[in-house]
Design a binder for this molecule. Structure first.
Ligand code: FAD
Length: 462
């Protein structure tokens, strides 16, 4: 008889947990997976997928406007929030079903319950009180929005979780934050016709992105009509008798909104998980501490994805799960590679970015070349839209390696996936130069910027 009920028990049925559980089960391991909310996790249920569907929904007004330049008369348009929510929920349900089928079909046992550690090898399923044992445990419990409990009136605010299920589209919204979730939702709500304000403590949104991406996106958002209030934060939220929220800011401003959304970072889901009972160490931010093979300080307990607070992206959690399987079950130790992760911000216009920003590269190398093109995308030449597209390559002068590629404009997220391959392969600017352009396209600029726009030598622009 086996010493444990399971070879592997996964806590958390999100991007990382489901991938690890499904493939371990497919290898013949006895796998249990517990999920306290819905299989699919943040990405499928209340993150990437519903968000992208909302982005599509919010982009239609601009398409309707642009159509007239091409001879179309669109006529009267009308948006119905409840239809969007219902159709989105149907798609999420379908995906949730696929995630469950993947686990079930490969023989993993699913538990629709919260799971907590009792000791190094024992897990309690709180829905039934049942305990199970496992030789190895993988914690993939993800994260949750920071509720900002110290903020007076935080209980009146929503997070991205609730934004996906609002009973009605608000007339106005104040979104607090300057990260990609705040920026994406500001564009979504604005596109859907909501009077949208973004409040951010810094003086430029998306602080870790290349400066041209930041400033050009910010300018485009302001031009569209999104009100961005910089260098300020919310100090108090009060609910009025009519249900409106009255917001006071640190700078002393006061205004009313139908909704206030807090997008001020995410917290690792480790509270009450029983980690201390198993002796698992966490950081001061509550994230699980792991080594380069996703192992905690306890030999049989591993953790991956957002709960480790490294890079909070779905493909990263999935990649870490694949590395975990190679390392633990295939005798092929692989450490997750977090270098050169291509990523998108689904703002409008969209950002696609990979590698070093100009500022990072200028600090890391004695001389860099910056190639930059800013132009009106061809699709807007027959429309009234003044949106500019920007493509930018950051190159190390010494060996011509492309260190960073940054795009702002239509389909930037799609383009940067391919650019990510070129950077990963170590392509040089000369490789870009000898690649034939695709014409007419916006991306041809990537291979036709023959002279640098400027150089930065020892931190100085020359
Ligand atoms: P999760 O997917 O969060 O899964 C963890 C699961 O564990 C959850 O289902 C949770 O219910 C469950 N759980 C927690 N505690 C327990 C417990 N004790 N017992 C049982 N179950 C438990 N990433 C991208 O790459 N692209 C995007 O466009 C993107 N957009 C996003 C938009 C939003 C609004 C948000 C919030 C996130 C977005 N992300 C995006 C990030 C992405 O969703 C996460 O990085 C990814 O889901 C992390 O996967 P994970 O497996 O670590 O955790």
């Amino acid at each position: 008889m086996a010493a444990y009920d399971f070879d592997l028990f996964v806590i958390g049925g999100g991007s990382g947990g489901v991938r690890a559980g499904r493939l371990a089960a497919a290898m013949g391991k006895r796998v249990g997976v517990a999920e306290e909310y819905r299989f699919g996790g943040t990405c499928v249920i209340r993150g990437c997928v519903p968000k992208k569907l909302f982005v599509y929904a919010s982009s239609f007004p601009e398409h309707f406007e642009d159509a007239t330049g091409y001879g179309w008369s669109v006529g009267e348009t009308k948006f119905d929030w409840n239809t969007l929510i219902a159709n989105k929920d149907k798609e999420i349900e379908r995906l949730e079903g696929l995630y469950q089928k993947g686990l079930d079909g490969n023989g993993a046992k699913m538990f629709k319950s919260r799971a907590e550690l009792v000791d190094q090898h024992t897990i309690c399923l709180t829905a039934t009180g049942e305990t199970v044992t496992a030789e190895k445990i993988l914690v993939a419990t993800g994260g949750r929005p920071n509720p900002m409990s110290d903020l007076e009136g935080h209980e009146h605010c929503i997070s991205s979780n609730e934004a996906f299920h609002l009973e009605q589209l608000p007339e106005s919204i104040l979104i607090a934050g300057g990260g990609y979730i705040a920026v994406e939702f500001a564009n979504i709500f604005h596109g859907l016709g909501v009077r949208t304000t973004l409040i951010y403590r810094g003086n430029e949104i998306l602080s870790r992105f290349d400066k041209d991406l930041r400033s050009n996106l910010q300018e485009a958002m302001i031009t569209k009509g999104i009100d961005i209030q910089f260098s300020d934060t919310i100090s108090k939220v009060e609910k009025n008798a009519d249900g409106k929220l009255s917001v006071t800011t640190k700078a002393g401003n006061n205004a009313e909104y139908s909704q206030v959304m807090l997008a001020l970072g995410r917290i690792a889901n480790t509270d009450g998980l029983g980690l201390e009972k198993a002796g698992v160490e966490v950081s001061s931010r509550g994230a699980i501490i792991i080594d380069e093979y996703s192992k905690t300080n306890i030999d049989n307990i591993y953790a991956l994805g957002d709960v480790t607070d490294k890079v909070q992206l779905t493909p990263v959690a999935i990649h870490e799960a694949m590395c975990f399987l190679e390392t633990v079950y295939k005798d092929n130790p692989i450490s997750p590679d977090h270098e050169l992760i291509p990523t998108a911000v689904f703002s409008q216009p969209e950002i696609g970015t990979v590698g070093m920003s100009e500022e990072e590269a200028a600090k890391a190398f004695s001389e860099i070349e910056v190639y930059k093109a800013q132009f009106r995308p061809m699709r807007h030449t027959l429309t009234e839209r003044q949106d500019k597209m920007m493509v930018k390559l950051v190159v190390n002068s010494a060996d011509r390696k492309v260190l960073g590629a940054h795009i702002l404009g239509p389909d930037a997220g799609e383009l940067v996936q391919v650019l990510g391959i070129t950077l990963k392969a170590g392509c040089t600017k000369d490789d870009f130069d000898r690649t034939m352009a695709v014409h007419p396209s916006a991306s041809e600029e990537l291979v036709t910027m023959y002279s640098p726009s400027y150089r930065i030598k020892n931190g100085e622009r020359v």
